[in-house]
Every structure is written in structure tokens, then in C-alpha cells.
Design a binder for this molecule. Structure first.
Ligand code: PGA
Length: 242
């Protein structure tokens, strides 16, 4: 049975062996069965982190996978390798992957299929740029990304959707609660029933309570504030209390 809420940390290109201690400190605080906790470290830390967290409530995920099961793809990671290393989830279609690596929604859809084939839960990211929001295109953009990135077959167990406005990521700026509510209501309509909807983009211990009170927000995808256990555990506690 899938927990109704999810706090997911995206460590991006941060973290070395010494930072497994932060993961252990995150695992020291158990928010209860309704709140799932996930850390997505860089690929080099997936196996040691999964091992270190064995027997705790905290699960480990990847930040990307290749669409193909194996082969001549230097530097890439197959979904089966993530599973082998101990991952249960994988973030796909993050705006940094779309921007830095030219990933299209069609590429993301192929990766999600590859992840599902291996039993991974895909965390699909969608979100508008600032220019798109200023042009009044937000709902159109996130709706199109969802339609084009999410293959048929999505369920509450195999998929999570993260709304991450590109302009809010790592900037300390967040949309208003009304703006988040508008996008989440739209995604709630468009997504398969029961799929959890995360908000991501500059979530921190100070704004978490307000964000988790918004209808249709079932958790968060947290970047910078997930690197420190002191911050991430406060966010997790706010989610558990919401
Ligand atoms: P941030 O990143 O919390 O540092 O803004 C969120 C994300 O990109 O997932």
C-alpha cells in the first residue's frame, strides 16, 4: 500500500561517502506510516546509501536512467542497475536534465517505460519557465509535458508527479499558494487517479507548512534543503503533520 504523502530529497551533484551520515540522521526521525521518505543521491552513493539505510523507513532513488536496458552508452545508467544498487524510485524529466541534456518529453516517456519495466517508481517532473508563466502559458505547458512524458499505464504505485516551476528551483523564490493550488488542481484532473502530486522548487523549513496546506499537494521534491538532515527532517515533520 502506497503511503499518501512523500518527501523526496534530490541531492543533485552533491554528496560523497562522508555525507551518508546526513542520510542516517534523516532516517533517525520516523514520521509514521503515512509519510514516505526518499533520498535520491548521486549515482555513486546509491548502493552505499541503500546499504546504510537498510532496515529504516527511508528509501533511495536515482536521478535519471537510460531508456535502453543495456549497451554502448558511456556514462549512462540502466534502470536495472538502479534496482541492483538498491533504488526503488527514479526522478525523470527534471528540468535540469531537459535543459542540460536536451531531454525531450518523448525521451522522458521512454525512460519512464524503462523504469517501470524494472519495477521502479518514476517521479516525473514538469514545470514552466518564468517566460512561459509571464506569457500565461503555465497550465498549457505543464499539461502538455504531462501528456507527452507520461506513457499509458501510470498508476498510484508506479508514478509520482512533481510540479517544479523552473524559475523556483534553487532561487529561493516560490509561487504563491494560489498559483501552486491552480497547477496542482489542473494536474489532479489530468493525472491518473491516486497518483501523488509533489511540489518542488525552494521548499524549506520555513515555507513547508504553508505549502503542505495547499489542496492536492501530497508532498515535496526538495533540492538544497534536503542536503542537511536538520532542514530536511523539519520539512518531513511538516508534511507528516499536514
Ligand atoms: P531546490 O531544488 O529545492 O533546491 O529548489 C528542487 C529540485 O530541483 O528538485
Amino acid at each position: 500500500m502506497t503511503a499518501s504523502k512523500l518527501a523526496a530529497g534530490n541531492w543533485k551533484m552533491n554528496g560523497r561517502m562522508v555525507h551518508l551520515e546526513e542520510a542516517m540522521a534523516i532516517a533517525a526521525v520516523n514520521p509514521g506510516p503515512q509519510t514516505e521518505v526518499l533520498i535520491c543521491p548521486p549515482a555513486t552513493l546509491i548502493a552505499p546509501m541503500a546499504q546504510a539505510l537498510t532496515g529504516t523507513h527511508v528509501r533511495v532513488g536515482g536521478q535519471d536512467c537510460h531508456a535502453r536496458p543495456k549497451g554502448a552508452h558511456t556514462g549512462d545508467i540502466a534502470a536495472a542497475m538502479l534496482v541492483d544498487a538498491g533504488a526503488s524510485h527514479v526522478i525523470l524529466g527534471h528540468s535540469e536534465r531537459r535543459a542540460d541534456h536536451g531531454e525531450t518529453s518523448a525521451d522522458v516517456a521512454a525512460k519512464i517505460r524503462a523504469a517501470w519495466d524494472q519495477g521502479l517508481t518514476a517521479i516525473l517532473c514538469v514545470g514552466e519557465t518564468e517566460a512561459q508563466r509571464d506569457a500565461g502559458e503555465t497550465l498549457h505547458i505543464v499539461g502538455a509535458q504531462l501528456a507527452q512524458s507520461l506513457p499509458d499505464g501510470a498508476t498510484a504505485d508506479n508514478t509520482v508527479i512533481a510540479y517544479e516551476p523552473v524559475w523556483a528551483i534553487g532561487t529561493g523564490r516560490t509561487p504563491t499558494t494560489t498559483q501552486i493550488a491552480e497547477v496542482h488542481a489542473h494536474l489532479h484532473q489530468a493525472a491518473p487517479q491516486g497518483v501523488r502530486l509533489l511540489y518542488g522548487g525552494s521548499v524549506n523549513p520555513t515555507n513547508a507548512v504553508q505549502i503542505f496546506a495547499i489542496p492536492d499537494v501530497n508532498g515535496a521534491l526538495v533540492g538544497g534543503a534536503s542536503l542537511k538532515a536538520a532542514d530536511f527532517t523539519q520539512i518531513i515533520a511538516a508534511l507528516a503533520d499536514a
